[in-house]
Design a binder for this molecule. Structure first.
Ligand SMILES: Nc1ncnc2c1ncn2[C@@H]1O[C@H](COP(=O)(O)OP(=O)(O)OP(=O)(O)O)[C@@H](O)[C@H]1O
Ligand SMILES: [Mg+2]
Length: 276
């Protein structure tokens, strides 16, 4: 697989992570957001802060409706926060669009473009040569089990196939920071597990900075360096958990007693939060 060339890439030419003194690849600083609609006020984010260090894989777990997707809209510059700011590599980028590889919760594919042309879009927008990237796109489409559907249009695909296409589109983005909003939620357990391990392999090879929303605790622990557990709405960080398991990680960590203990602890924390 080809690495996306990016001068800000966190891996230096010795294959090591660049100095830890570098500013976070992505940071949300004390974000507040309240939606006001027809005299109703819904406070969604309550001073939420989090950071993704360069080359880190970070997950967010939190109750449904707690404000996770809203946070992503704010990070992507699609929604303005009431207070707080978004920083990338030491610069305030609050409100700026087009800086992240973003996979929204709804696949949002372009209906007039085939699977292949949807996947190629981010490279096209970046002015990169189509012929040059088409081979890479085809390899990824094959790995996601979509080869037969390369020339299909989105409305002819299942929900899970649309989701995989949207995932590949985000992977093809030249932006170093990826924000994935429940990337595998529509997939059956086996396909999901296959996609998780594929993402793990790709990420351990390339070390892009990733922020991923998931409801799946095991998925978060398998993939992440850090997991943020959020409260119910209005969302605050309940706990920031550093996941200690060494890399490369493989399937066998899922049955490791320390892994199961962490999974149990997060699960109890979520149950307690939902009771409130
Ligand atoms: N544009 C909007 N206008 C008004 N309310 C909104 C808007 N967007 C989101 N909300 C409300 O904000 C709250 C949080 O929504 P959000 O989509 O961020 O939750 P979530 O944590 O992503 O949930 P899920 O896990 O179900 O995807 C919900 O109560 C939702 O109704
Ligand atoms: Mg959501």
């Amino acid at each position: 697989m080809t690495t996306v060339q990016n001068p800000e890439h966190p891996i230096n030419h010795h294959g090591q992570l660049n100095s830890s003194s570098a500013p976070p690849a992505l940071e949300a600083r004390s974000i507040y957001k309240t939606f006001r609609e027809r005299k109703q006020e819904i406070q969604v984010l309550d001073g939420l802060s989090l950071a993704v260090q360069p080359g880190q894989f970070v997950s967010i777990i939190g109750p449904s409706g707690s404000g996770k997707s809203t946070l992503f809209h704010i990070i992507g510059g699609l929604t303005a926060p009431d207070a707080g700011s978004i920083w990338m590599n030491g610069a305030d980028v609050t409100g700026q669009k087009g800086r992240i590889a973003y996979m929204p919760q709804q696949p949002a594919l372009f209906p007039w473009r085939t699977v292949l042309d949807n996947v190629l879009l981010p490279r096209e927008l970046a002015g990169m040569d189509k012929e040059h990237t088409i081979q890479e796109a085809r390899r990824w489409i094959e790995r996601a089990g979509l080869s037969e559907f390369e020339q299909a249009y989105p409305h002819t695909l299942s929900g899970g196939m649309q989701q995989r296409t949207a995932f590949l589109r985000a992977m093809m983005s030249p932006h170093e920071v990826m924000c994935l909003d429940e990337p595998f939620s529509a997939l059956d357990a086996l396909t999901r597990s296959d996609m998780q391990h594929w993402l793990l392999d790709i990420w351990e090879e390339n070390r892009r900075s990733v922020l991923m929303i998931t409801h799946h605790i095991e998925e978060a622990l398998l993939l992440s360096d850090t997991v943020y557990v959020l409260s119910s709405r209005p969302a605050q960080v309940l706990q920031k958990i550093d996941v200690p398991f060494p890399r490369p990680r493989r399937e066998n960590i899922l049955s490791d007693p320390a892994f199961l203990e962490m999974k149990g602890a997060i699960s109890s924390m979520m149950r307690e939060e939902l009771k409130k």
